[in-house]
Design a protein around this ligand. Structure first.
Ligand code: SF4
Length: 377
């Protein structure tokens, strides 16, 4: 029987991680969408840098790089408004000027082996060796350095990740495997000679990492875990700040109401309900804030007076000590535990977390007269 080989790109895996619904729109349903502004901005910068590093043997000057960028910057069918166009365009020019200056400082340390380099990695399912997956990807730039080889991936995001994030990045591990597959001679000298770098263009900052054989072994398991998650996924939306970069925002169930153009009576009614709900929630927040302030004053008073109950005209407030055990009905739980073998009973008791003691302030709206019948509380 012919062996089934799954095919997936690194960027598809990354899209699923970002939002399963976006993955469905893009990879399963193959819905074409206009690129967002950030995506256009990033892709033109990538193209300009690809062109720059492909010119051999003499590297282009800064002016030549900028001219190339101006030539490929989208004009007629641009996604930018006039004002945005100016802002994004000048930011890109600034980035390229800084990039060029930085390049002059480091240009003698490397030679470019490839730009927009495609790679493929065959990953076997550790749980079922018959299942295989061909993972593909594109690396922005691969350099030959004195130490070995360096993978460079350009980023146009503002936020810089931590060194820890890069150390655990699935992208960097897969790129490392991709490079080993493509240029095995570098891995023969030791994978510690493969440097993996993210180049943050807006900051002209790089963050680098290396991989160990152990990490590379683990990534296979990790990718297969993700593939199984995709297989079982119901493709729920996962809204985040990244929605602003998502081309499916207008059709996504999380956002499409915002873009609705015609409103029925039901829609108008629903809007009113939402506004009323939000106003009540806001009142609740304010009330809770005030209640917490009053609680503090009451607690102070109870402490000073060394009492546990305080009376007002409309009722009274009691301070109670309670023990919480993580949401279980202790009596019922103990009954169940008694039916188990002794050794398991002991294990459960050992695993039981410490009970937590809480103080609660309980309010009772009940008028109390000193000598009346209501005194029995
Ligand atoms: S707009 Fe956000 S939630 Fe909707 S598909 Fe795109 S990323 Fe997912």
């Amino acid at each position: 029987m012919e062996q089934k080989i799954l095919r997936i790109s690194y960027s598809a895996l990354d899209t699923f991680k970002q939002c399963p619904l976006k993955y469905k729109y893009q990879v399963v349903d193959k819905i074409k969408t206009l690129k967002t502004k950030e995506a256009v901005f990033g892709s033109v910068l990538h193209k300009a840098l690809e062109w720059f590093h492909k010119q051999t043997p003499v590297s282009p000057t800064s002016d030549e790089l900028l001219n190339k960028f101006k030539e490929i910057w989208p004009k007629n069918e641009s996604v930018f408004s006039e004002d945005e166009d100016m802002i994004y365009f000048s930011e890109a020019i600034k980035i390229l000027k800084n990039y060029y200056e930085n390049y002059l400082k480091i240009k003698d340390n490397f030679s470019v082996l490839g730009t927009e380099t495609r790679f493929e990695v065959m990953l076997e399912n550790p749980q079922n060796k018959k299942e295989k997956c061909l993972l593909t990807g594109i690396i922005d730039r691969v350099d030959k350095t004195k130490e070995g080889i360096e993978v460079v991936d350009y980023k146009t995001t503002k936020k810089l990740p931590s060194q820890e994030d890069i150390h655990n990045s699935m992208q960097m591990s897969l790129y490392c495997l991709g490079v080993i597959n493509r240029w095995p001679q570098f891995a023969e000298k030791g994978i510690e000679n493969i440097k993996l770098t993210l180049y943050y263009l807006k900051h002209q900052e790089t963050i680098s990492t290396h991989r160990t054989q152990e990490q590379l072994n683990k990534i296979q398991e990790h990718v297969w875990k993700k593939l199984k998650e995709i297989e079982a996924s119901k493709f729920e939306p996962l809204p985040s700040v990244l929605c602003d970069w998502c081309g499916y925002k207008k059709i996504c169930s999380m956002w499409k109401h915002l873009y609705k153009k015609e409103f029925s009576i039901d829609d108008e009614q629903a809007k009113k309900v939402v506004n009323e709900y939000l106003a009540l929630k806001e009142n609740n927040t304010q009330n809770n804030k005030k209640i917490n302030e009053l609680k503090e004053i009451i607690e102070r008073y109870l402490n000073n007076e060394k009492i546990e109950r305080i009376f007002g005209d409309a009722g009274f407030i009691t301070r109670l000590n309670q023990i919480r055990t993580g949401g279980y009905d202790l009596k019922k739980l103990e009954q169940i535990i008694k039916t188990l073998p002794r050794s398991i009973q002991d294990q459960i008791h050992q695993a039981k977390k410490e009970d937590k003691k809480y103080t609660v302030i309980k309010a009772s709206l009940k008028k109390i007269q000193k000598d009346g019948q209501d005194q029995k509380i």
